[in-house]
Design a protein. Structure first.
Length: 316
């Protein structure tokens, strides 16, 4: 068996916390309406001097510093995102320059929307197996406030900005992630028009369709991962689910039959940060001591695509 373990995490959030009362000043809504339907109380938005790039760099630097790994030891750098500052160059290429990674480091961005970080974990696991340098940096980062339509109360109250990062190590004696990835091609339930579209590049979402998909995909994916790993749900120390909507998570956790105490999240404070969601929560759990060396976290993402991804990540 061979695979990766988590060495360290990092995170970055913008300075400005935007409460539900703040949102009510911009669109016809209220704290009670938002909280009762989503579980969200606040989210963070980039302000002047802050961007996708600054968040990405800050989270990556923190994860690297905590790992004790030098930039010359990184073999793979993947940024999971759908809202990068540039279509090209990739955010990962900017990190290569700013963090001083060797020029032969594999660097690219990956877009699997809210499943992106877990997709990137498995991709890094595969690439590091063939790399001369066995350490990888994976970042999930979004600046969704830049692609949010603040006249659409159904979506603008959901999304926030942020970045989470992880440094991983590949070794022959490390366990596999037992990753499960999939998608159900759909450009209608959740989409952002591209550069050549006549429509603004804002997030569009059919909330009911996404809810139906999510409450099916999350428990199905989680079960597949534990079956593939040959363990039970009770063997998982912590579930790290994409923080899309508290009602989705509650419904899916009940359907899965997992211990709710192992499934708590941070959506009330950060909102839905898409690809940044899983690594932001992972960093909170590690830095607070809720996840420690030798423990296993079952990470599951689900979202635009319609994609899903699960992986069993062990802490070194």
């Amino acid at each position: 068996m061979n695979g990766i373990k988590l060495l360290s995490t990092g995170s970055a959030l913008p300075r400005q916390a935007v409460t539900n009362d703040d949102m009510a000043k911009r669109v016809d809504t209220s704290d009670e309406w938002i909280a009762s339907r989503t579980g969200i109380r606040s989210r963070y938005h980039c302000t002047e001097g802050e961007s996708h790039t600054t968040l990405c760099l800050a989270a990556a630097k923190q994860a690297l510093e905590r790992s004790g790994i030098g930039p010359e030891q990184i073999g793979v750098c993947i940024v999971a995102t759908l809202s990068q500052d540039f279509l090209t160059p990739a955010a990962a290429c900017i990190l290569q320059r700013d963090l001083g990674f060797p020029e032969d480091t594999v660097c690219f961005d990956l877009n699997a929307a809210c499943s992106g970080f877990v997709y990137a974990l498995h991709t890094a696991e595969c690439l590091l197996a063939a790399s001369a340098r066995k350490y990888g940096l994976i970042v999930g980062v979004e600046a969704l406030s830049r692609i949010t339509d603040f006249t659409d109360r159904g979506t603008c109250v959901l999304f926030g900005d942020g970045a989470g990062a992880a440094v991983v190590e590949w070794r022959e004696d490390y366990p596999s992630l037992h990753a499960v990835l999939g998608c159900r091609g759909n450009q209608e339930a959740l989409y952002v028009p591209g550069a050549n579209s006549t429509d603004p590049s804002y997030i569009h979402m059919d909330g009911k369709a996404v809810f139906r998909f999510a409450v099916e995909a999350l428990p199905h994916c989680a079960r597949q991962v534990v079956e593939k790993a040959g363990i039970t749900l009770d063997d998982v120390d912590r579930f790290v689910f994409h923080q899309a909507n508290q009602r989705i998570i509650d419904f899916a956790v009940k359907k899965l039959g997992a211990d709710p105490a192992k499934c708590t999240g941070n959506i009330a404070r950060t909102g839905n940060t898409s690809a940044a969601s899983v690594p932001l929560l992972l960093d909170e759990l590690v830095t607070s001591g809720q996840l420690t060396s030798g423990q296993k976290a079952l990470c599951v993402g689900f979202g635009g695509g319609l994609t899903w991804a699960g992986a069993l990540l062990e802490l070194a």
